[in-house]
Design a protein around this ligand. Structure first.
Ligand code: SF4
Ligand code: SF4
Length: 92
């Protein structure tokens, strides 16, 4: 099983340097994870290093397809509040 990167990735490069298996590579538009070499960091770390360092909510998915860092988990801003603020900003 493998973690994966979504199109929310902003190419910050952070995950590339921390993967113990060099499973992360730069594709044409964003970083990706090689499903064959990702080990979920088992045997190397207690948690997935890519997900631990990624600064973008929703950019990395667990093998189950869920956001490793779901909305609000990094910013501390509840998703509903974020939606309200974004709507307010866009209405200006
Ligand atoms: S879960 Fe671990 S092994 Fe898999 S891509 Fe992320 S850092 Fe690399
Ligand atoms: S750490 Fe997150 S945002 Fe940065 S390159 Fe990796 S997946 Fe993309």
């Amino acid at each position: 099983m493998s973690y994966s990167i979504t199109d929310l990735c902003v190419n910050c490069h952070a995950c590339f340097d921390v993967c113990p298996n060099d499973a992360i590579y730069k594709a044409s538009t964003q970083f990706m994870i090689n499903k064959k070499t990702c080990t979920e960091c088992e045997g190397d770390h207690d948690d997935a290093q890519c997900a631990s360092i990624c600064p973008i909510e929703g950019a990395i998915l667990t093998p189950a397809g869920e956001a490793a860092n779901p909305p609000g988990s990094l910013t501390g801003i509840p998703p509903m509040k974020m939606a309200e603020v974004m709507a307010e900003i866009q209405a200006r």
